[in-house]
Design a protein around this ligand. Structure first.
Ligand SMILES: *Cc1c(COP(=O)(O)O)cnc(C)c1O
Length: 366
């Protein structure tokens, strides 16, 4: 029986391709890889990812708890700012805590003295061209950059986290940015035991020069005598998941329109925020449609795509790359039916791991 749409479909065979590349990088470079939960937190596949990765990193109490309870292994805690009421619980779930600022470190250093402590550095250069997602943007609150100030805090920390790549598939650019980090922070790095280079490096993408990447990481690790960490979010799950939808109506208003039983605002919000179109394969043929969501937002549009045949009510449309920053951002806008979550096993069988009901919608508010 075919599953009722809408649903997210995580394909383990496709996920495995990323996992195998991550395992190769760990093996060859000596770096450890932590899943960034803010990108992907669908814990039903954590048991599968577990053997290929070293643990998780987080950006809140909820995430660090999920990482600890559902993934296990190494659990890094980071947050832009911790509140007094949550710090004890955060420390209880983590084996390493990375403070965003020296003032947060000073405030909570004692409470976190039982686990490894670190600080986020901001190198003031990044690969991001989108202001909204640029950690090195002017006046950024993300990390410390003043070496003299950081030096004074060295007695309370043993390592650093630097996250300044963003969807960076260009190894040359990664290499140059890391070089700038070394120039700026080399003296600090030599005094550290570990350095996390954050996420945003698209090393699981096709044609990425994986071995050059590994050698660069290994060289960095040897030079400063540090354990290197990577925090892949998108790179861990890229191209593993689709959003499966069904056409509910077709119209012609100067363009051919097709309305599906989903919503980009509710179910693929990140695309709307960054003004990108959804991805659809094969996207070839003589029939062009603007595929729209069923919320009442005028701009609830997945994109314009080319189809082999005319679309009819009941046709299925599958959007690619529906894992990263997608399932974690789904919401109940318009009360649109929440996509179920299904997993395609390596043997091809599909099982539904979560369905959402009216009760979930009702309980999301009060
Ligand atoms: C967002 C983020 C990540 C993951 O980034 P991806 O682009 O999904 O790989 C890792 N570390 C930190 C500190 C982040 O803010």
């Amino acid at each position: 029986m075919q599953l009722e749409t809408p649903y997210y479909l995580i394909d383990k065979a496709r996920l495995l391709r990323n996992m195998e590349k991550i395992a190769h990088v760990r093996e060859r470079s000596g770096a450890k890889a932590l899943l960034a939960l803010k990108c992907f937190a669908t814990w039903s596949v954590f048991d599968f990812m577990h053997e290929y990765m070293d643990g998780t990193t987080s950006s809140s109490l909820n995430e660090v708890r999920l990482g600890h309870e559902r993934f296990g292994k190494e659990t890094h805690a980071y947050s832009v700012a911790y509140a007094d009421y949550e710090i004890d619980e955060v420390v209880g779930h983590a084996d390493k805590i990375i403070f965003n600022s020296i003032s947060q470190l000073e405030r909570f250093a004692d409470k976190a003295s039982g686990i490894v402590r670190g600080l986020r550095l901001n190198p003031q250069v990044s690969s991001s061209s989108f202001d909204l997602a640029d950690p090195a943007r002017p006046f950024s609150r993300l990390g410390e950059w003043d070496v003299a100030k950081v030096e004074k805090a060295m007695d309370r920390i043993s390592g650093f986290m630097i996250h300044n790549n963003c969807e960076n598939g260009d190894f040359g650019l990664f290499d140059r940015l890391l070089g700038e980090i070394e120039e700026r922070f080399g003296a600090l790095l030599s005094r550290a035991d570990w350095v996390s280079l954050g996420g945003g490096i698209h090393f699981t993408g096709e044609n990425y020069p994986l071995d050059a990447f590994c050698d660069r990481l290994k060289g960095f690790s040897d030079k400063y005598d540090v354990q290197v960490y990577l925090e892949p979010g998108e790179a861990s799950i890229t191209r593993s998941t689709t959003l499966e939808t069904t056409v509910l109506d077709t119209l012609y208003n100067g363009k051919h329109l097709a309305i599906v039983d989903s919503s980009i605002e509710a179910h693929m919000l990140d695309l709307l925020i960054y003004r990108e179109n959804a991805k659809m394969f094969a996207n070839a043929g003589p029939h062009r449609y603007m595929v729209c969501g069923k919320s009442c937002l005028a701009g609830d549009i997945f994109g314009e795509f080319d189809f082999e045949r005319e679309l009819k009510v009941g046709d299925r449309i599958s959007f690619q790359d529906a894992a990263g920053y997608t399932m974690v951002k789904k919401n109940w806008f318009n009360g649109v039916k929440m996509p179920a979550i299904a997993i395609k096993e390596l043997d091809g069988s599909i099982r539904t791991v979560r369905e959402f009901t009216y009760a979930d919608y009702e309980q999301s508010l009060s």
